[in-house]
Design a protein around this ligand. Sequence first.
Ligand code: HEM
Length: 499
Amino acid sequence: MIDGVPVHYRVVGQGEPLSQSTRSNILAQHVQTTPSRAVPCLTRSEAFSFLLFHDPLNTPLRLARKYGDVFYFQAGRNKVFFLNHPDDIRELLVVQHENFRKGEGVMILERMLGKGLITNDGAAHKQQRRLVQPAFHRRRIASYAQAMVEAAQQQAHAWQDGATVDMSQEMMQLTLVIVGKTLFNTDVGEEANTVQAALVTAMEAFRKLGLSPVGELVERLPLPIHARLRRARERLDKVVYRIIDEHRQQGIDQGDLLSMLLMARDEEGNVMNDQQLRDEVMTLFLAGHETTSNALTWTWYLLAQHPEVREKVQQEVDTVLAGRTATIEDLPRLTYTEQVLMESMRLCPPVWAIDRRVTRDTTLRGISLPKWSRVVMSQYVVHHDPRFYPEPEKFDPERWTPEAQATRPKFAYFPFGGGPRLCIGEAFAWTESILLLATLSQHWEARLAPGARVKFQPAVTLRPQYGIKMTLHKRCSSVSQAEKAQVPTTAQSEGLLRE
Ligand code: HEM
């Protein structure tokens, strides 16, 4: 128990907990009844193109269309499997998760994040998760909502009508400020550029090293990227240690996550050492803003491409908020806005694939997975499967009505992963992205700037390779009731409200 909130090893939504006996029953049933499945192997040229990894989004998609729910190729001594069916993915993440640990992608992340919640495994991970969980309790998230809306309002205020911005940078800055304020009670606005530059280097390293199915080999080569990664880490360390030192000096419980970590004791009564603190803070600091920022950036882009959807969002926001400031209570009524975000994370999943290493010989719904094999599950592939999403390339928020959702298997949509490694920040991310999109849409609409280049860059997250250049347009109807009351004459309001 920390901070008066009971700690559960919580797994919600996709991560519904299974009791030990349920899991054993399911496993026993499988062993008895599931016939073994023949797994197609890629041809040599397909495997070769995979190893070069020109297009880690569309190559697996194309191969999944050709080979179906599962295929593999041989990389050195080990096999790399791709699971493309929601039920197999659920089985791995929820039912048989104990036979797997995090995969190669994590090795590069570890160089940046250390042994934090994302990179750790086993008992250490379980203990860390228990420690951090209270900061993501529903009540806590509700208390962050105000800071989220305030930051969005400041952004809305700072934007200039007709200005062209890189929406990716705008969203990155906004979500960074929010994670700083809510989890660490600090202002990181000034350090945003440092953080962004370091992240670009980390993403580059991940693309070059972490994505390669032979990452372990490449990792040992003396490449310049290793030095760049080290320097990026040092810059980020400065920011993180500044935050930790400030908290220590103040020496009071500030009611935030970092205060909780500083007060935490293990079974023997020891506090976390500097390295542990640094790794945990760094993990949440980076994971807590990068992903949501990308989700919002792609959403602005999709809205710009689909003005009819954008208008529906604006109508909903205008009706529900009626010109006032959004609060957490508005979330259940911003249903269309939420559907838009869901559809955006289907088409452009911020985490586009996750991978695991098999730790003991495993049979997964008839698929035989030898120890040391690697297993990749791509959100991008499953979210584009026409069996679950007819016309998968079409941006259609109507796919997310409760009735439509009920027709699909659960793991046909897994932007936040699942099981005990389900994203701890899922509720934080939904709350933040809905409130930010609603608050900014009250006042602004964004259109793609002429000549803007938009391309996926799949690194740890799915980023826009060239950012996304967008032109901002102040909405005519954006004047809030409160603003109306304060604006006495039309003449004074003209400049502000001009389209
Ligand atoms: C749209 C936003 C987000 C997306 C799409 C996302 C996605 C994911 C995914 C897919 C995983 C599981 C990775 C795996 O199983 O290998 C994950 C884990 C994690 N996420 Fe998120 N995330 C988002 C926002 C956040 C936020 C806001 C935070 C924190 C404030 C956060 C913190 C974490 C942490 C700490 C983990 C590791 C959890 C564990 O292993 O116990 N994420 N996220």
